[in-house]
Design a binder for this molecule. Structure first.
Ligand code: HEM
Length: 118
């Protein structure tokens, strides 16, 4: 399931870039399709993350933080695309997204399941 979790968010990242590029290129129809598929992946990320979370009967602060950061990352992916679509200012969201994404990945790798890096 850890591999499923990683696969879902890697595909989601690719879809964010594809949808963002299509919105920027003015291809609204293509962007809409990529964005819809991405929304399906949000659900898969959350389901696979929740499955990992519910394997533990006692959660420590790091698990709660991982889940909250994961949800914030997904929220920022959606905000990025909505703001791009509406052509609103986006620099702050990009910075926030990258910071939160890196923190989520670092904390995910620090926690005990799956690959051990940190
Ligand atoms: C885009 C969002 C997310 C990213 C980039 C992300 C990233 C990661 C990474 C890199 C790992 C480590 C995998 C490994 O060690 O092999 C992980 C594990 C985990 N994730 Fe996520 N995640 C995201 C969303 C979520 C969400 C929404 C939840 C909770 C609902 C969640 C809960 C977990 C849990 C419980 C683990 C297991 C930690 C452990 O190793 O013990 N993640 N995630």
């Amino acid at each position: 399931m850890t591999h499923m979790h990683i696969t879902t968010w890697v595909i989601a990242l690719i879809l964010v870039i594809v949808s963002y590029g299509l919105y920027s290129a003015g291809n609204r129809k293509g962007a809409k399709i990529a964005h819809m598929i991405l929304r399906l992946f949000y659900i898969l990320i959350i389901l696979t993350g929740a499955e990992l979370l519910f394997r533990f009967t006692v959660w420590n602060g790091e698990y709660i933080a991982k889940a909250v950061l994961g949800l914030v990352t997904v929220g920022l992916m959606e905000m990025l695309l909505i703001r791009r679509k509406k052509e609103k200012s986006i620099t702050g969201i990009w910075v926030g997204f990258i910071v939160v994404l890196l923190l989520t990945i670092a904390l995910g790798l620090r926690l005990p399941l799956g690959f051990k890096v940190f």
